[in-house]
Design a protein around this ligand. Structure first.
Ligand code: GAF
Length: 404
């Protein structure tokens, strides 16, 4: 036992057994199988996905497990180890935007999206258990969607899960589930990370066309650790803050006559001209810094990947730090807890640190010498205690495999 709260991932056997046991206990029969999908942390490239930009997530060892059995009607019955009470029940014929509340929306939304795409998907019983912390900005929602997506894919023999092209299609369908049924206007990074990552690699995702490159990412070989600090300040993507950021980016792109802000990152003139062009607009106070963040963040993804390609992972710290400053000052999605986690980790010797994910709470990452991990954890925990905040959680992020 460590002196701090460290969330150790379940093994795949352990997670599968838990979901299977829950299924048997609640439904009184065996499932057809158990499927699982990982949460993610994003190394860099934040709030770029819905701007057709670049991002660089890794799949976590922490996964969501779904035990599933097909039914011969259109009912979906759902239980979760994280929720007490009777099974939730939904008829697939009734599913549409705004019709399903809470976590079942992410499950039945996937079945709805598959049906919308023409696949003959019917009802099922599902029992879910997960070691991806909820509300920590580590994509528990995408892990849930992706575990159900690969389950339904396998059970209906759709064969989308077999190769990256099919998984790209599943990614798009999971994003539809999240956007249209769960009502969270997110981009596609989280679902791509959960469905398309490769163990030992970061996923360089180009959201303009969905292309991916698997970039070798083995911190252990360098004597380094990627430490995740769950601030326990719960974040939510269905409140208005995330949607407002997305809307101001889209408004700025339209004002600039661009299809999306991504165009600035590929513009031969650079991106600074766009700030001048927006300066006189009525929303310049908001749009100028938002545009500056997106343009510079896409540049930082390119710079960080170049360092990884050159075997210089020890040099990425300043890019992580710069990303956090841009998110804090220009994109205004950080918060007191994230800033404290980042500052305390850096003071304790982290090579670089930043918030990760959507922000407004959730988690930060710190790149740390392996020998310093406990010292950094203790320093962050002490800083939270001194500030009168609840104790943060910690986990060690390694680059693991996608949903299976
Ligand atoms: C959340 C969203 F779900 C992602 O699509 C992405 O926009 C991220 O916030 C910010 O980079 O995780």
């Amino acid at each position: 036992m460590t002196a701090v709260d460290r969330l150790v991932p379940w093994t795949v056997d352990e997670g599968s057994s838990r979901a299977r046991a829950l299924f048997v206990d609640r439904f009184g029969t065996d499932p057809d199988g158990v499927w699982s999908a990982p949460g993610r942390v994003n190394l860099i490239g934040e709030h770029t996905d819905y701007n057709d930009g670049l991002c660089l997530p890794i799949a976590l060892p922490h996964r969501t497990y779904a035990a599933v059995r097909l039914r011969d009607d259109d009912r979906v019955r759902l239980v979760s180890a994280q929720e007490s009470g009777d099974p939730r029940e939904v008829d697939l014929a009734d599913v549409g935007p705004g019709t399903v509340d809470g976590w079942p929306a992410y499950v039945v939304g996937v079945a709805w999206a598959l049906r919308q795409a023409g696949h003959a998907v019917g009802g099922f019983d599902v029992a879910v258990d997960s070691c991806v912390p909820y509300g920590a900005g580590l994509s528990s929602s995408a892990a849930l969607e992706s575990s159900v997506a690969v389950a339904l894919d396998a059970l209906h023999d759709l064969r989308l899960g077999r190769d990256d092209a099919g998984r790209s299609t599943l990614t798009t369908l999971c994003v539809r589930a999240e956007n249209e049924i769960a009502g969270a206007p997110t981009g596609g990074m989280d679902q791509a990370a959960s469905l398309r990552s490769r163990a030992g690699h970061a996923l360089l995702l180009d959201c303009l066309d969905g292309a991916v490159r698997h970039v070798p990412f083995d911190l252990a070989a360098e004597g380094l650790v990627l430490l995740v600090v769950d601030t326990r300040a719960e974040h939510a993507l269905v409140d208005g803050q995330y949607a407002a950021r997305r809307a101001s980016c889209e408004a700025a792109a339209a004002r600039l006559g661009l299809p999306s802000l991504r165009a600035l990152a590929d513009d031969a003139r650079g991106w600074a001209w766009a700030l001048d062009a927006l300066a006189g607009s009525p929303d310049a106070d908001v749009e100028v810094p938002r545009v500056r963040h997106v343009a510079t963040e896409i540049g930082r993804v390119r710079d960080l990947v170049a360092l990884l390609d050159a075997g210089r992972v020890r040099d990425v710290g300043p890019l992580l730090d710069a990303s956090h400053e841009s998110l804090r000052v220009d994109y205004t999605v950080s918060c007191r807890e994230l800033d404290l986690a980042v500052a305390a980790a850096r003071s304790a010797g982290a090579l670089g640190a930043r918030m990760t994910g959507g922000g407004f709470g959730g988690s930060a990452i710190a790149l740390v010498e392996a020998a310093d991990v406990e010292r950094v954890e203790l320093a962050v925990a002490a800083a939270f205690a001194d500030a009168g905040l609840s104790a943060p959680g910690f986990l060690v992020a390694t680059a693991e495999a996608a949903a299976s």
